[in-house]
Design a protein around this ligand. Structure first.
Ligand code: ASP
Length: 294
């Protein structure tokens, strides 16, 4: 029997109940079929996470990549991170960018930081200079390229609605998590949330991989992603209990959102405390489920 694999995606927490999410669910289902095919053929978790997040970034349906919303100055500043670990704890790697302008795929930029620099996080101007040198695809005309997915939320008091993320376990036992976002709506210039911060919005070690979505300030104060792993490590919790516990701690601070997690045995947890969370999962038997509300 081949080794187990598992894969999950999210397209952000906070969709309003009864809103039509059919485009997003079809998009996530199609992407997962591609991801399942990649994992079945033995693709590394990191390649699958990048491919899934790029598919979500390109769709323009989420507040990430093409669908990102501008900040209060009308500028598009995007954030992303990726972390991966071998079965062996010595193999952890991570990369991230924040307040990045002018490049098509923030998650590709995060991967380039991981693969090509000794650093974990590059910000703003320096990140853009690095991306240009690394040959990443530019967005030459931001005002025409971005189609803010958030325009349908105008007039609501919604803050966070469409970060995207992915977690995967591959057949070698490697785990990977990635997150990409345009941040919260109407954000201050320079504002950075949890998504590009390793340990807050994204984490992957030899035990579990996590990607979070929601009001980033609360996830940062809870170190939410790393807290899932810590609960498993020190308290011997299952991924379900650890994910629920980390989210409850974040909620006690007054925050809102959800997360996806996959452990080294291929078990998937996708808890959320908002109205809904766009989410999709493919288990070790290859069964795909896509949902938004409870
Ligand atoms: N967590 C993201 C941020 O605070 C927003 C989101 O998940 O939608 O930037």
């Amino acid at each position: 029997m081949s080794a187990p694999f598992a894969l999950a995606l999210h397209g952000g927490a906070g969709p309003i109940r009864n809103s039509d999410q059919s485009r997003e669910t079809a998009n996530m289902g199609n992407l997962l079929e591609d991801g399942r095919a990649m994992l079945t053929k033995g693709a590394p978790a990191v390649d699958v996470v990048i491919a899934m997040i790029q598919g979500l970034e390109e769709a323009g349906f989420y507040i990430a990549g093409k669908g990102a919303a501008p900040n209060r100055d009308g500028k598009f500043e995007l954030d992303a991170s990726i972390m991966t670990s071998d079965r062996d704890s010595a193999g952890r790697r991570a990369g991230a960018v924040c307040a990045l302008s002018g490049f098509l795929s923030p998650i590709a930029a995060a991967r380039a930081v991981m693969d090509k620099t000794p650093h974990v996080l590059l910000a703003g101007e320096g990140a853009a200079r690095f991306c240009a040198k690394a040959g990443l695809t530019r967005v030459d005309d931001p005002q025409n390229y971005y189609t803010p997915a958030a325009s349908s939320l105008a007039g609501t008091d919604a803050l966070a609605h469409g970060t995207v993320g992915c977690v995967a376990l591959d057949t070698s036992g490697a785990l990977c998590a990635g997150t990409s976002t345009g941040g919260v709506l109407n954000k201050m210039p320079g504002r950075i949330g949890d998504s590009p911060l390793i340990g807050a919005g994204t984490w992957a070690d030899e035990r579990v991989a996590i990607s979070c979505t929601g009001q980033g300030e609360y996830f940062i104060r809870a170190a939410a992603a790393a807290d899932v792993s810590a609960r498993m490590k020190y308290a011997g919790m299952s991924v379900d209990a650890a994910a629920a516990g980390a989210l409850a701690d974040m909620e006690r601070q007054g925050g809102d959102g959800g997360l996806i997690a996959v452990d080294a045995g291929g078990r998937i947890a996708m808890p959320f405390i908002s109205h809904g969370m766009r989410r999709a999962a493919c288990d070790g038997q290859g069964n795909i489920t896509v949902s938004v509300f409870r």
